[in-house]
Design a protein around this ligand. Structure first.
Ligand code: FPP
Length: 250
């Protein structure tokens, strides 16, 4: 296999982002309600978190609920909100014990107050952990995140704290939801779909994409390993003519 770059051959990606797709089709294929696919999707998420730690990945971002998912029938939206509540209530202690730092990206506005409180609690409890950063994108949309960042910068300019000329890529990047995290090196989407669906639009500018046919509830360690092997075979040039280490990407 071709090494990704001369310097980091064989190194795992620092940041993997996953679009967990195919829960509904998984359930339909078994004659089960869509809810069951989502419930089993949480089990696949637990497997993915464990595998990411084992593979030495520093940051794992998962697309839990998109800004567009509100269009789904109300009972399904309610079920997904309930799943998040249960995930935080049931898994937070274990995640904390395993050294996982939980981060949330996405708009808080629009979420039920108890969900906002749970998300804040998960972040606060695990803030000092350093084994794996698990970023849950919830009520998240890439365009919305960029628009929110632009609005924050505009407010700074209006208040006289920032000059318009100082707004560059770095300034916009710093105004995003989690500016301290590295950009994803690898975006995985399950279920055979080949779309970004408004996920990490800014951050995925130089990401590698791996699309797997596996439906999310079936996603396991072997699928994760296969995606990493595919990533390891890619040569990343970041616009240059020769492979470059990720740290030099711009
Ligand atoms: C996409 O499958 C999946 C979702 C919209 C929800 C993802 C949520 C989970 C995996 C549950 C765990 C997440 C959290 C945050 C606890 P789909 O319903 O679009 O599947 P389909 O395309 O086959 O219909």
């Amino acid at each position: 296999m071709t090494p990704r770059t001369p310097d980091d051959a064989g190194a795992p990606p620092r940041h993997v982002a996953i679009i967990m797709d195919g829960n509904g089709r998984w359930a339909k294929a078994r004659g089960l309600p869509r809810f069951e696919g989502h419930r089993r999707g949480v089990e696949a998420l637990r497997r993915a978190v464990r595998a990411a730690s084992e593979f030495g990945i520093a940051t794992l971002t998962v697309y839990g609920f998109s800004a567009e998912n509100w269009r789904r029938p109300a009972p399904e939206v309610d079920y997904l909100m309930g799943l998040l509540r249960r995930f935080v209530r049931n898994d937070l202690a274990e995640l904390h014990a395993a050294g996982v730092r939980v981060r949330i990206i996405g708009r808080r506005a629009g979420l039920a107050p108890d969900i906002v409180a749970l998300l804040d609690e998960a972040q606060a409890l695990t803030a000092a952990n350093d084994a794996l950063t698990l970023v849950v994108a919830f009520n998240y949309g890439g365009r919305q995140e960029i628009a929110d960042a632009a609005r924050r910068l505009a407010r700074e300019v209006a208040a006289g704290r920032l000059s318009a000329e100082a707004i560059d890529e770095a300034a916009l990047g710093r105004a995003l939801d989690a500016p301290d995290l590295p950009d994803p090196d690898l975006v995985i989407r399950t279920s055979g779909e080949r779309r970004l669906s408004n996920f990490l639009l800014w951050q995925a500018a130089y990401a590698e994409f791996v699309f797997l046919p596996t439906l999310w509830p079936d996603f396991d360690r072997a699928d994760f390993a296969a995606a990493l092997a595919e990533y390891a075979s890619r040569e990343r040039r970041f616009g240059d003519v020769v492979a470059r280490p990720a740290a030099n990407a711009s």
